[in-house]
Design a protein around this ligand. Sequence first.
Ligand SMILES: Nc1ncnc2c1ncn2[C@@H]1O[C@H](COP(=O)(O)OP(=O)(O)OP(=O)(O)O)[C@@H](O)[C@H]1O
Ligand SMILES: [Mg+2]
Length: 444
Amino acid sequence: MKKKNVFVCEVCGYTTPKWLGRCPQCEEWDTFREMEVKKEEKPAKAPTIKRYNELKEEADERIKTDIEEFDRVMGGGLVPGNQVLIGGEPGIGKSTIMLQVADAISKKGNTVLYVSGEESLSQIRMRAKRIGFSGENVFFSSEIEVESIEEAIEKASPSVAIFDSLQTMKIYEIPSVPGTPSQLKEVTQRLTKFCKSRNISAFFLAHVTKEGIIAGPKLVEHIVDTVLYLEGEKNTSLRILRSIKNRFGSTNEIGIFEMEEMGLKEVKNPSSFFISESTLESPGSVAFPHIEGNRVFLLEVQALASYTPFGTPRRVSIGIDYNRVSILLAVIENKLGIDLRTKDIFINVVGGIFVRDPSADLPVLLSVLSSLRNRKIGPKIVAFGEIGLTGEVRRVTDAEKRLLEAKKLGFELAIVPPLEKTKKYGIELKEVKNVKEAVNLLFG
Ligand SMILES: Nc1ncnc2c1ncn2[C@@H]1O[C@H](COP(=O)(O)OP(=O)(O)OP(=O)(O)O)[C@@H](O)[C@H]1O
Ligand SMILES: [Mg+2]
């Protein structure tokens, strides 16, 4: 019988029986590589079936690292046998955070095995020294071949194993180089099976790839229990650990960190991290309560509108979707009758967070108007609300949570969409139905 092969996109893992020039899923060019489809061997033993009440419930004995931001994203700690994928751009801090996690777990008396195929043991030692690592119960290995790694696991018999990174590890029998789709899939499958059967929790690190023959973490997301991504802008120190999938917890959690010389430091109170009263005194600056996962914290949006003699004015937005900004500027022109043709407009969400929450519409619009009129909104005022194409200010989720956080931080007035129930939040509320009302309220 003819051997059956498929073509797999190295970027997103899309599979097709024919070679394609461009991936229909992720729309990248020239990313398909041929892979052999292995015939699964038939299991020798008879299948077992059980009734619901015969199923055993495992005791929830999570290992806590006491790095709160990390434990929360994991769903309250690490479940024994949990297989976790940690993805992220190269250099974002994956190895650093895992070294910190290894240290924390070891301090609790658990044995950890850190397998590094990426860096030499002396490189790891240098980083460990920099971040104040003491991990007595952490073993290191620089094996890259799965069979040797399995032996190292047997030898160390750890509670937790860390594989840094998947893209450097290989199975000897597979002819392709480490990091190719076939290697990545097989290595992950084999190591997860190996660790799971021994109730060892494992972390698999993988960097996000855009081109070339090295496959990215997307390809193996389905194999593991939990998928976390470490995100952040390279030029800022802010890092967000986000859960994309979690069989042992909610995916609504994020962990916020700051990259420092000593490693990743938890940002326990993000509101005070992002908000500064002094800049809120300037025209163009507006505070808003932002929701990310289950957390609410205050952010600041800044706008700068400046005169341009050129026919095509510039529109720049950082930290917020460009299309959303275009809609808001069109609403300003159309519903408020303000001509923006001679204005360059720059918008920035302070701190390096990318805001996807539509509740930032109203603050963005107000920041543009505040800059245009050169009138400050002030450090004691917050605003939130989605803006529709007819200029209406629409309700958003979790208004109560947002108001309570603003109150906690000493804000005195909130400009909000019409609320469902008018409760007292200890902060003065001004409900606005449309952008005209909001503008009249602030700028008269
Ligand atoms: N002395 C230092 N002070 C502050 N930050 C540092 C220092 N040295 C390194 N860093 C930060 O650590 C980052 C590298 O972290 P790390 O090696 O953990 O990333 P990574 O995600 O594992 O990268 P890779 O994909 O290359 O393995 C650097 O990009 C830099 O931001
Ligand atoms: Mg690394």
